[in-house]
Write a protein that binds this ligand. Structure first.
Ligand code: FAD
Ligand code: E1W
Length: 458
């Protein structure tokens, strides 16, 4: 355990607020600096990506921070994905076996406020309107700016933790004195958010307890419920469309009126639910998506990045926040068990980097599945077979989605086993169109040859 247990956090978003709470509860002196105003006073300013899916991996660190109950009080259960085909019936594909295997939709702003209050109650000192600008690592002085009046503020520190998100200023500052080997992999697809308000009677306009998906091949919409009976719809599609209207992109839909025509053609059942489509389209920019890879996450004992600042990912597995929360629990543990901060940071990086890599890869792969596969017969047969194999080989064959969303097995273990299982599923269903035609003896032998028991970390 370090002798001087004081630490400075940059960024009071989701990871920063939770880490502040966890460390303050463990007796650390925590100062946290946030560039935006206090959301508890100013109203939440991060108007984008209104709601997020919270899974078991994210709930566990909340539990450790005694923050689970207030968060869950505002959460909406999502039992499965509700698929909206262009032609044909809407259908619910359950995520798990029963209502113990579900995920939860939480409001980003409310969650942030809940965690900030809990951090403060535990003794963390919160400072808003303080944007990290640059760092003098030799003298251990952080230079912060108040963007309301342009004033600068010099803060001495012992160590800095960057929980300042994908555009991390601390990462940039570290990069000036250490080669982080940073690589940003842009996806050539972006996203735009739209709103489904409550119905005239004040209720939800669609099934509330589901994550809705409109798969359309090269693009898709999703919608997550909010506890105020609205849904946030997110359209994901290429930034650049093709010549024909059959391959639309954000650049080929030039006006809000063209957006309406696009929705009328491709999302006809969603369109009447989005009365302010033109307003939302014009108001909300199309945002970019990227994966951030860093070879190094810390500068000796002086600075470390966590969460999106270290490993931003595309959102298609709904795991960025969940992964950032896992980071917080892991870091709190390493800080308590290593006397030297350099050792704690190195141990944290060694544990978390391979896992971050794994979920980054799975998140990219899940985009194709969601936009192009969920409605296919062979995809559905593979999911049905997964559930049957889970029953036949309990604790051995665990579906991919369950490993990521219901268990806490390290992401890299989930990835390695999912790859093996995918091979088993493909071989078992090759040239077969129904579960009745599966050769169970052959599948059992395939499993015995390639898969051992999963030791659940939970
Ligand atoms: P952030 O939440 O971005 O917080 C960073 C904080 O640092 C902010 O408060 C910011 O104002 C502050 N800051 C920035 N720069 C400075 C500075 N220079 N000085 C001081 N403060 C600064 N994840 C899920 O788990 N489930 C989902 O369903 C999900 N859906 C998503 C959908 C979309 C469209 C997107 C884009 C992401 C989604 N994510 C989801 C990912 C999730 O939003 C992020 O992984 C998560 O917010 C990361 O938390 P963080 O604390 O690292 O960063
Ligand atoms: C979840 C933005 C977002 C958030 C999510 C998910 C998806 C698709 C997207 C992944 C999923 C919850 N997913 N859903 N169904 N199968 N995989 O589980 O968070 Cl696009």
């Amino acid at each position: 355990m370090a002798a001087d247990r004081s630490i400075t956090l940059i960024g009071a978003g989701l990871a920063g607020a939770l880490l502040a709470r966890l460390l303050a509860l463990r007796g650390w002196r925590v100062e946290i600096y946030e560039k935006r105003g206090d959301p508890r006073i100013a109203g939440y300013q991060g108007g984008r990506s209104i709601n997020l899916a919270l899974a078991e991996r994210g709930r566990h660190p909340l539990r450790l921070a005694d923050a689970e109950a207030p968060v869950m009080a505002q959460a909406v259960m999502m039992r499965g994905r509700m698929v909206h085909p262009l032609h044909g019936e809407v259908n619910l594909q359950r995520y798990g076996r029963d209502d113990s295997e579900v995920i939860w939709s939480v409001h980003r702003g409310e969650l942030n406020i809940t965690l900030l209050n809990l951090a403060e109650q535990a003794g963390a000192k919160l400072h808003f309107d303080r944007r990290l600008d640059h760092v003098d690592f030799d003298h251990r002085i952080a230079h912060l700016v108040d963007d309301r009046d342009g004033t600068s503020h010099e803060i001495p520190f012992r160590a800095l933790i960057g929980s300042d998100g994908a555009g991390s200023a601390l990462r940039t500052a570290i990069g000036e004195v250490l080669d982080l080997d940073e690589r940003v992999e842009f996806l050539d697809h972006g996203y735009k958010e739209l709103e489904i308000p409550p119905a005239a009677d004040g209720g939800f306009r669609m099934e509330p307890n589901a994550l809705h998906i409109w798969p359309r091949g090269n693009y898709m919409c999703i919608a997550l419920p909010n506890d105020e009976r609205t849904f946030t719809v997110t359209l994901f599609m290429p930034n650049h469309g093709g010549a024909s209207t059959q391959s639309p992109g954000f650049d080929t839909i030039r006006t809000p009126q063209e957006a309406r025509a696009f929705f009328a053609r491709d999302f006809p059942d969603a369109l009447p639910l989005i009365p302010e489509l033109e307003r939302d389209w014009a108001r909300n920019p199309a945002s970019t998506l990227a994966t951030l890879h860093l070879e190094r996450w810390h500068l000796d004992r002086r600075a470390l990045v966590i969460g999106d600042a270290a490993h931003a990912m595309v959102p298609f597995h709904g795991q960025g926040m969940n992964c950032a929360f896992e980071d917080c629990a892991a870091l709190a543990e390493h800080l308590d068990t290593h006397a030297d901060l350099a050792d704690a940071f190195a141990a944290f990086e060694a544990e978390r980097k391979p896992n971050a890599r794994a979920i980054q890869q799975m998140a990219l792969e899940n985009y194709r599945e969601m936009r192009d596969r969920v409605d296919d017969a062979d995809y559905r047969l593979q999911r049905e077979l997964e559930l049957r194999l889970q029953q036949r080989h309990p604790g051995v064959f665990v579906p991919h989605y369950a490993m990521v969303s219901f268990l806490r097995v390290p992401y890299r273990v989930a990835l390695a086993r999912s790859e093996i299982q995918h091979g088993i599923l493909v071989r078992a269903t090759a040239n077969r169109d129904s579960i009745e035609h599966i050769d169970w003896t052959a599948v059992d032998a395939d499993i015995a040859a390639h898969l051992g028991p999963l030791a659940d970390a939970a």
